[in-house]
Write a protein that binds this ligand. Structure first.
Ligand code: HEM
Length: 375
């Protein structure tokens, strides 16, 4: 793929991101294609010694490491990441088993402006498909879990940018409803991701095997989370749509736990909207301050309602999957009571609770608007 095409100004952010993702997938800077193929067998045998020596064999010399550009650094982190999660799954702290990782992870983290370990992006969007696919287990369930997130990630970014655009459009302008429609259309990718998981990933297998690869690692006395789907920029989407003015400390802390794990430009989007009204606040206030009903606003109400309903279409089935998985883990040999993001599934109830309150506020504003005379 031509690198120059990534710099074209005629493509949207999500298209650019997709091209960048494809380019990263094509890279193999550590010459790891053959070595990573052996990881599932090593994991099946719980062979930490082989995992350790394979990991050693991939570590780049310092001058080679220095020469990596952003894209190569991302691809190198992706490949080392599979060793981090695998060693941890067998109870071994990766940097204790391979002390040289410490320096390499630091350099790769700083070259990419991401944490000094692999993230969900490395595991999914930057993971090649087909024969070069990297996995911990080599199972169809894992491949399908990766696919579920990959199919949702670019649409989610597209949806975030449609919401961002809505922040600078008045709700009575036709462009407001048009952007809401675009965001809702893109968000269907998130729903498709959950449907794919429900159909193709066994919750029991997730609970008893896959989840065990997503534990946090320790580096320089700090904890770095494993590449779980909780690292999706879904909280940025919520922030722009309905949650930027929510100041429940537990919920704000939940959102900000994952800020370092998302792309830097999405971190900026999140930060730019902190302490500012969400779209729902803006639209609600607009309706409550209006004096007449207008068709353009009704159009916006219909599209906005769709956006809110789609949130439920993602969250309700996702919560069911999460509850079932953590129920299935109970009594398991190495059960985990917490998600890879460090929270119990109860946090999903907290998010749902705030989301439902926000939707109720919206519906109250709509009721008021309905009572106004028609223009
Ligand atoms: C077997 C599959 C899955 C299980 C068991 C599961 C479980 C969980 C759990 C327990 C949490 C709470 C936070 C934490 O991890 O500490 C969570 C959060 C989250 N998960 Fe999943 N998940 C699964 C698949 C997915 C998929 C495929 C997606 C996206 C396509 C996804 C997106 C999210 C998001 C966005 C959050 C943050 C909370 C929210 O926004 O509602 N998950 N998940």
């Amino acid at each position: 793929m031509m690198l120059q095409s990534l710099n074209s100004s005629s493509i949207s952010i999500d298209q650019r991101q997709q091209k960048e993702d494809e380019y990263i997938c094509s890279l193999d800077p550590l010459n790891a294609d053959a070595v990573v193929k052996q990881i599932p067998a090593f994991n099946m045998d719980k062979n930490v010694e082989k995992l350790t020596s394979a990991c050693y064999s991939l570590l780049p010399h310092p001058d080679r490491l220095e020469s990596f550009d952003y894209y190569e650094s991302v691809a190198a982190m992706r490949d080392l990441g599979f060793f981090l999660g695998s060693m941890k799954r067998h109870g071994v702290e990766p940097v204790e088993a391979v002390p040289e990782l410490d320096y390499v992870l630091d350099v790769l983290g700083s070259k990419t402006n991401l944490p000094p370990r692999d993230t969900l992006l490395h595991y999914t969007s930057w993971n090649p498909v087909g024969f070069r696919r990297r996995t911990y287990t080599g199972t169809p369930d894992e491949d399908n879990l990766i696919q579920s997130v990959s199919m949702a990630m670019t649409p989610l970014i597209k949806a975030i940018f449609a919401l961002e655009a809505m922040h600078s459009i008045r709700p009575d302008m036709p462009a407001f409803a048009a952007c809401a429609k675009e965001a809702a259309g893109a968000f269907e990718g998130m729903i498709a991701g959950i449907v794919h998981t429900r159909k193709h990933v066994s919750v029991s297998y997730f609970a008893h095997e896959l989840r065990l690869y997503f534990d946090p690692i320790h580096l320089h006395g700090k904890v770095y989370l494993g590449p779980g789907a909780v690292e999706m920029p879904m909280f940025v989407y919520d922030h722009l749509l309905w949650s930027s003015s929510n100041n429940d400390p537990a919920y704000v802390s939940f959102k900000e736990t994952y800020l370092p794990y998302i792309l830097p430009y999405l971190r900026d989007t999140y930060t730019a909207h902190c302490y500012k009204p969400s779209l729902l606040d803006i639209f609600g206030k607009f309706m409550l301050e209006s004096e007449l009903q207008q068709e353009e606003v009704w159009q916006a109400i219909r599209e906005f309602r769709n956006l809110l309903n789609f949130l439920k279409s993602f969250r309700m089935p996702h919560k069911k999957i999460a509850d079932n998985a953590y129920k299935a883990a109970n009594g398991g040999e190495q059960q985990r009571t917490h998600g890879s993001g460090g929270y119990t599934p109860d946090i999903l109830e907290v998010v749902l609770h705030h989301m439902k309150n926000a939707v109720a506020d919206f519906e109250n504003a709509v009721k008021y608007y309905e009572s106004l005379p028609v223009r």
